[in-house]
Design a protein around this ligand. Structure first.
Ligand code: PMV
Length: 324
């Protein structure tokens, strides 16, 4: 007779932070299992958090994010893999809250799926290996594989799981200022956008080839803590990703007028000798890369030129965690 305790009616609370890519993942090698076509180098951001309460139930999984019931098809593949971990035919009731805008290009899917994967895996086995939690999170969202880890992470093209390159203490002065241009859900999710770019952008193949080179150079700039080199490469990676987005059919334009205003503003900061570099994701928000010593000057300039923009200064953060 098995002595294994049932996991039915158990609850866990999991937290995770968004993963901001310094060099971008855009496009899937295989859409079936969400395998990335490009390697990405990223930082897990402190200060922005997804908190997720997971309870095991007999059937009918539901996911509620910030009080809104989510479409089940977005989670079905993930739950198939997650359910298999538990050795029982279980379903999940999930209630998640983000303390930052959701689905607006601030990587809420990375922190959301990382928390979910970590919570379910730890329910099944408190010693479940982080690499395997990362592979489970990837089924939900590629960037979530990175969010499972803290600090500086990477997810290689073609791979199932992310890796941590350095924990948050490697470069504690590193900062990302997230500038919120528009707090609204995007029309095209990253998933749809990536598939559209792969199918229709004439530049997609070149993007994939070039991204590997940018990624490798960025990894060595990170090792040397060379902020100028890393900032320049992050900027190039974001703009080249946008090249494939804009050249898709129909064109994917995630930017708002204020996005361009901010991009030009950051260029001017650099011309004036302030170390600031811009990056963006699938949304109108602009993320500014800098070091701690420049944060005050940048925030003051932002307040003066963009008084209605909310700016959140984040530093390297921790990976996903659970409490019972
Ligand atoms: O993980 P997804 O499916 O949300 O895609 C993330 C895509 C980007 O944010 C644009 C880039 C990245 O590497 O995070």
């Amino acid at each position: 007779m098995s002595t294994k305790k049932s996991l039915l009616h158990k609850t866990v609370i999991a937290c995770a932070h968004p993963s901001l890519a310094l060099t971008k993942y855009w496009g899937k090698a295989s859409s079936k299992n969400n395998i990335p076509a490009t390697s990405s180098l990223a930082i897990t951001l402190s200060g922005l958090t997804s908190t997720t309460r997971i309870s095991t139930v007999k059937k009918n999984s539901v996911v509620i994010v910030n009080g809104e019931l989510q479409p089940p098809e977005r989670y079905s593949q993930f739950f198939q893999h997650a359910g298999a971990l538990c050795d029982e035919n279980l379903a999940f009731k999930v209630e998640s809250e983000n303390d930052f805008p959701t689905g607006a290009g601030i990587a809420s899917s990375s922190s959301g799926f990382a928390a979910l994967a970590c919570g379910i895996a730890k329910l099944a086995d408190p010693d479940y290996p982080l690499g395997e939690i990362s592979a489970l999170a990837r089924i939900g969202s590629g960037s979530a594989a990175r969010s499972v880890f803290g600090g500086f992470t990477l997810l290689r093209a073609g791979s199932h799981a992310a890796e941590m390159l350095h924990d948050a203490s490697f470069w504690p002065e590193f900062r990302i200022i997230v500038c919120i241009v528009k707090d609204a859900k995007k029309e095209y999710s990253s998933r749809l956008g990536m598939s559209l770019s792969k199918k229709t952008s004439p530049y997609f193949k070149s993007w994939v080839l070039d991204a590997e080179k940018t990624f490798k150079e960025a990894c060595s700039a990170l090792e040397n803590k060379d902020i100028e080199k890393l900032g320049d490469l992050a900027r190039i990676s974001a703009y080249r990703m946008f090249g494939t987005m804009i050249s898709s059919a129909p064109p994917l334009v995630y930017w708002e007028p204020q996005t361009i205003g901010l991009l030009k503003f950051i260029e001017r900061l650099r011309i004036n000798g302030i170390g600031a570099w811009e990056t963006m994701d699938a949304g109108p928000q602009v993320k500014l890369i800098c070091l701690k010593d420049d944060v005050h000057r940048i925030e003051t300039a932002l307040e003066e030129h963009f008084p209605d923009i909310q700016a959140l200064a984040c530093q390297p953060g921790e990976g996903a965690s659970v409490s019972w």
